[in-house]
Design a protein. Structure first.
Length: 278
């Protein structure tokens, strides 16, 4: 009897140790992929007067890069602002956001997951279908894991997102990202027709998927029985032969979506701008 009790205790302790080891290993793997990203950095350059640039018909590459460093809005983002508003004067508001004070608070989704939010919202560039949103304000057991979502209807301000355990993938508002302290808007380098197909597939087939942070570790990442945020975005594009996973590893993370040569930055906020190829 005593032997059986010791054996059961030994089994329980070993199982507990194994689970802890797997959680630590997974956390280390996810954190490693994000370790080069600096969250919440201040602007590299001192604030400059960009107003004279905003009335010019054409901008040089150097001027576009200066605007990117002063506002976080890339040349593609500038084009979108012109397309929507007829001018780029709104960039002054993006500059105010970029150089403004960032007050934050922490939201706990469950005992394991937390997310940092801004007290006051910041401006987002005009979105397009198929855009990818990434954020680095999310943590799991203290490890920074980031977050990702896919824009499915910019006119209705909608994205498809899977946020955590107990929260299956769903269509929700993009406005959450107005309150993210560090985010990027990415545009995959594929045609609008392909993006339309990707979005339709996501809306038709990727709602109601249960969350599992271990996808790629205990489950083949090419299956969609369960998913996590970056994996959900990757899977939608992968169905059309577009592999956005930068390193092709077992786990897909927000950083790998950002570093993919098949994505282009539209806007960045609260993340080191040197990470992106502008």
């Amino acid at each position: 009897m005593r032997y059986q009790t010791k054996y059961k205790l030994y089994t329980i302790l070993n199982t507990f140790a194994f689970v802890c080891m797997m959680i630590f290993t997974l956390g280390q793997a996810l954190t490693y992929t994000l370790s080069e990203i600096k969250r919440f950095p201040g602007p590299v350059l001192e604030r400059q007067d960009i107003a004279p640039l905003l009335v010019k018909e054409e901008l040089t590459k150097e001027e576009e890069n200066l605007i990117f460093q002063q506002t976080g809005v890339s040349s593609l983002g500038i084009e979108r602002l012109k397309e929507k508003y007829g001018n780029t004067s709104k960039l002054l508001k993006f500059q105010d956001d970029f150089y403004g004070e960032r007050k934050m608070w922490t939201e706990y989704e469950d005992p394991w997951c937390s997310r940092q939010n801004l007290v006051e919202p910041v401006n987002l560039v005009p979105m397009k279908k198929g855009d990818i949103l990434i954020s680095l304000g999310s943590q799991f057991l203290g490890f920074v894991i980031g977050h990702a979502a896919l824009v499915v209807d910019p006119f209705l301000n909608r994205m498809i997102d899977i946020s955590g355990y107990g929260y299956p993938s769903e269509i929700c508002t993009i406005s959450y990202y107005n309150y993210r302290p560090c985010f990027a808007v990415l545009s995959p380098l594929v045609s609008d027709d392909v993006k339309e197909e990707v979005v339709k597939f996501a809306v038709d087939h990727l709602q109601g998927i249960q969350y599992d942070i271990t996808v790629g570790v205990f489950q083949d990442k090419n299956k969609i029985d369960k998913s996590q945020c970056a994996h959900l975005v990757w899977y939608a594009y992968q169905q059309f032969g577009i592999d956005l996973d930068y390193n092709g590893g077992r786990i897909v993370t927000p950083k790998e979506l950002a570093l993919s040569p098949l994505t282009e930055v539209v806007q960045v906020f609260g993340i080191d701008t040197s990470l992106f190829r502008e």
